[in-house]
Design a protein around this ligand. Structure first.
Ligand SMILES: [Zn+2]
Length: 501
């Protein structure tokens, strides 16, 4: 019976963000992620069909006859880089649990692919270096989020890397199944040759959703390539642009039973995206124009118009507390509009203290960005909630969320949801618990880049991508990179990067 270790450290790092991440964020529940787990606690992921690769891997482990050895698993909401000390503490725990569980026949790791720590060092590469030293040449398979910026060294260190294929990410569980299947092939002595390619252009976040083209066609092609005899696994990483490292950007992995087939598969996928490069460009509307358009469209439909405040997305490491969009919605007289989640612990606490029905003068949001100010007004406290509830949409279904004190505030006809814990707006439950039925609203303004599409997309009449300043810059040609590799195009058919120094 092959003995397989399972663990992981998950963080998506925006190197331009000022939002800190500390050890506490990894130890305790943090937005999308549950608390750090060790020992039998990791096996709890196997009790249901949760949207994590660890859950999928555990689900199929018995069918492959794996004896699972539990290491350490943790994750934290995207932010600025973790400190060297925080990273080393986490990796130290992973390594200790690994040493206690030797010998192993295989190791599965649940990683992100865009983790950066300390003085701009690549987290995945360091994790893979350290664990490789300990386990030697056993099969080492890692699951990655499709936003991984993959360093060629980490590709070499892992026996296989397998990325998500959906954005919104609704295939965490399925990715675990893919990893378990390839692990079974490897521990049974199956051949695995590999090929790696970097895309010569970056993909802006708004071009990445797999629910529409161009990305939808790309991932359909990934499945086609993978169905071919002798091909073991194909991954298209879309990359995470707000990260100032040489290897930032999309990459391709192909694994096959011969080297020729791996190379040919990787080349075909690279050609496929190059043929569509012109489609990987940005389409954002300035805040005031976006609100005017939303008001106009909302008047023509019974279903809500979605406004995606994509640059203030907690899920990309932004503060999720900017108020440009809130201010414009109020000023332009938007009706039946809701905006959330605005991260503001103090506003939530004051609303709690005042109680439902109270009208209070509040300064909401606007605390985190330099030069930005809160939106101060009289708000009516419509509903407060302790922030503990169960997710209902595809991203967080059946998972317990804890956003701390939450409040539903009303200013004119704009409903504002504030939370104590920072989290991307990606599930209708985040609004429903404070008494907002998204289906009955005219405009839903969501601080999210794409994940909102999974649950809010089906109930909407239109989607508008908003350009309001925050810690994410959607158009990579406007990001102040200094360390990207020379010559990479900053978006589809965009300008090439060359170091400004
Ligand atoms: Zn992602």
């Amino acid at each position: 019976m092959p003995r397989i270790g399972i663990g992981g450290i998950i963080h998506e790092t925006n190197t331009f963000s000022k939002i800190p991440v500390t050890l506490k964020h990894f130890l305790e529940p943090d937005g999308f992620y549950p608390e750090m787990r060790q020992g039998d606690e990791i096996f709890k992921f196997g009790l249901g069909k949760y949207n994590f690769a660890t859950s999928g891997f555990l689900a199929d482990a018995p069918a492959y006859g794996f004896e699972m050895a539990s290491l350490m698993w943790c994750g934290a909401e995207p932010s600025a880089p973790a400190s060297q000390e925080t990273f080393e503490t986490l990796l130290g725990i992973l390594i200790d649990t690994l040493k206690k569980n030797l010998p192993l026949d295989g190791l599965f790791l649940d990683l992100h692919g865009a983790m950066v720590y300390g003085d701009l060092q690549d987290g995945q590469t360091e994790i893979l270096r350290q664990v490789r030293k300990i386990v030697g040449q056993i099969p080492l398979v890692a699951s990655l989020d499709l936003h991984g910026n993959v360093d060629p060294e980490s590709f070499d260190l892992a026996t296989a890397l397998i990325g998500y294929r959906t954005y919104p990410h609704v295939d965490g569980f399925e990715n675990g199944l893919r990893c378990a299947a390839l692990m079974a092939h490897l521990v049974n002595g199956g051949k695995c040759f590999r090929a790696f390619r970097q895309s010569p252009f970056l993909m802006p976040s708004t071009t990445q959703p797999t629910t529409r083209d161009p990305a939808q066609a790309v991932y359909k092609y990934v499945e086609e390539l993978e169905a071919k005899e002798g091909v073991l696994s194909v991954t298209m990483m879309e990359g995470f642009p707000p990260c100032d490292l040489p290897h930032t950007g999309p990459s391709i992995f192909a694994y096959a039973e011969t080297q020729d087939l791996a190379e040919e598969t990787a080349n075909r996928l690279l050609d496929f995206i190059l043929e569509r490069e012109d489609q990987f460009s940005t389409d954002l509307l300035p805040c005031d124009q976006a609100v005017a358009k939303a008001i106009q469209l909302a008047a023509q439909s019974d279903k809500p118009v979605l406004m995606a405040d994509i640059q203030d997305n907690a899920g990309g490491g932004s503060p999720s507390d900017s108020t440009w969009l809130l201010e414009k919605l109020v000023k332009q007289g938007a009706k039946k509009a809701a905006i959330g989640l605005i991260h503001d612990p103090e506003a939530a606490a004051r609303a709690f203290a005042a109680g439902e029905g109270a009208v209070i003068e509040l300064s909401v949001g606007g605390h985190a960005l330099r030069g930005h100010t809160p939106y101060t007004a009289s708000y009516k406290v419509i509903k407060v909630h302790d922030g503990e509830f169960t997710g209902t949409g595809p991203m967080v279904k059946d998972r317990q969320l804890n956003l701390g004190k939450m409040a539903h505030l009303l200013v004119d006809d704009v409903h504002v949801v504030v939370s104590t814990v920072r989290m991307q707006a990606l599930d209708q439950s985040q609004f429903r618990v404070v008494g907002i039925d998204p289906e009955k609203m005219g405009i839903m303004a969501l601080k999210s880049a794409n994940h909102y599409r999974a649950h809010f997309g089906p109930i909407s009449s239109a989607i508008i991508n908003v350009e309001a300043p925050s810690a994410i810059i959607e158009d990579p040609s406007k990001i102040p990179y200094t360390r990207l590799r020379a010559g990479v195009r900053l978006k589809g058919l965009g300008p090439e990067f060359h170091c400004p120094h």
